[in-house]
Design a protein around this ligand. Structure first.
Ligand code: PLP
Length: 403
């Protein structure tokens, strides 16, 4: 028998004949292998061409498959496809829906989208799909306007978010689904802020659910990831497109996201309970002129949130406005925070505060921001899972420091 026993050969191959474990590992394994070999070349062919087994990790890989299955289960979807970021997932969903750019002439059918979607989603749609009437923005909580836009434009897809940022508006998703389907449009929803713990859009007829898994699904601020959950046919197409778009999630990132996902329910319960306490406390503060939280009775979509979301859960984000504050005063307030960190993300175990005028909504310009109700003193707090008393104590000392 030929032996391959020179040093470097051994360094490259030694140990690889250790058999896989007979027992099942109780937690997910990370498979960094990019490519797979088979004893029988027919098996490699069917892995490559018939999707039976793994062949090359841009086509699929076990850790990522485990995450995809977990997200599909939580969203009540037939399948899910993971991406390297939330934006990768949104781009995949738009491409699969055949939303055309209008660059080479008017599209047969445009897209109708919520005007107040996340800033990068707004820019992606605006830059890629806004030519020749390919895109129509709509105020998504204005029922009449949404219905009229769907009837008038006969769109290919309606794009919206379950909870808008930073004003936390909630669209009537079941009604929008009904109008869209009556006009053969699909509904693509970004469910990042609500998570499937609060709301499972597919149960209400939504066709495609997108997540920035960077936020609550991952939950620890240490992984950039995205997922699209949908039916099996569309997921297969997304997977085929991923082979060529190549915005695939890496196995370590999939593992971290899976690890976060295990505690999604626990974390969401804490985020929501803390957010309600913080919102109620902020309402008592004379230096705060406005508190926006769907769990408060005075929120315009409070009743809708109660109807759509898990009982007594309204999300982990609270937006509020500092009374008579322009940018410098808002900055001083943010700098005075000691526990809450001023950073551009949300959904982490840590409390994070963002200034939309400086970050997510900077590109809109001041006039458009004001038109949308995003003043210079408005901040968005992603309430973490620290003790509510400490989050409130930090806000209190920073509000006083700002006086
Ligand atoms: N969707 C929403 C609602 C978001 O808030 C974000 C990011 O903040 C994204 C999508 C984009 O996600 P990612 O940063 O993972 O690409």
């Amino acid at each position: 028998m030929t032996t391959f026993n020179h040093f470097s050969t051994q360094a490259v191959h030694a140990g690889r004949d250790v058999p896989p474990p007979a027992g099942k590992p109780v937690s997910p394994s990370i498979y960094p292998a990019v490519t797979y070999t088979y004893d029988d070349m027919d098996d490699l062919s069917s892995a490559l061409h018939e999707n039976r087994g793994y062949s090359y990790s841009r086509y699929g890989s076990p850790t990522i498959a485990e995450l995809e299955k977990a997200v599909a289960t939580l969203e009540g979807a037939e399948d899910a496809v993971a991406y390297a970021s939330g934006m990768g997932a949104l781009h995949g969903a738009f491409a699969q829906a055949n939303i055309t750019s209008g660059a080479v002439g008017p599209p047969d059918r445009p897209v109708v989208a919520a005007r107040n979607v996340y800033g990068a989603t707004y820019t992606l749609l605006n830059k890629m799909y806004a030519n020749n009437g390919a895109l129509h923005w709509v105020e998504i909580t204005d029922r009449e306007a949404v219905k009229a836009a769907i009837e008038q434009h006969h769109p290919r897809a309606v794009v919206l978010e379950t909870i808008s940022n930073p004003l936390l508006k909630i669209p009537d998703v079941p009604a929008i689904v009904e109008w869209a389907h009556a006009h053969e449009a699909i509904v693509i929803i970004d469910n990042t802020f609500a998570t499937p713990y609060l709301y499972r859009p597919i149960e209400h007829g939504v066709d495609v659910v997108v997540h920035s898994a960077t936020k609550y699904l991952g939950g620890h601020g240490d992984v950039l990831a995205g997922v699209v959950a949908t039916n099996a046919t569309r997921a297969n197409e997304l997977r085929m497109q991923s082979r060529y778009h190549g915005a695939n999630l890496g196995p370590f990132e999939a593992w971290l996201t899976l690890r976060g996902l295990r505690t999604l329910g626990l974390r969401m319960r804490e985020h929501c309970a803390n957010a309600l306490k913080v919102a109620q406390w902020l309402q008592t503060q004379p230096t705060v002129s406005r508190v926006i939280y769907p769990g408060l009775n005075d929120h315009p979509d409070h009743e809708l949130a109660k109807r759509l979301f898990r009982a007594n859960h309204f999300g982990g984000i609270v937006s509020f406005e500092l009374r008579a504050a322009a940018e410098p005063e808002t900055f001083r307030f943010m700098e005075a925070l000691k526990l809450i960190q001023a950073a551009t993300s949300l959904g982490d175990v840590y409390s994070l505060l963002l200034y939309p005028a400086q970050s997510s909504h900077h590109a809109l310009g001041r006039e458009e921001r004001w038109r949308q109700g995003i003043g210079d003193g408005l901040v968005r707090l992603s309430v973490g899972i620290e003790d509510a008393e400490d989050i409130i104590a930090d806000l209190e000392q920073a509000l006083h420091a700002n006086k």
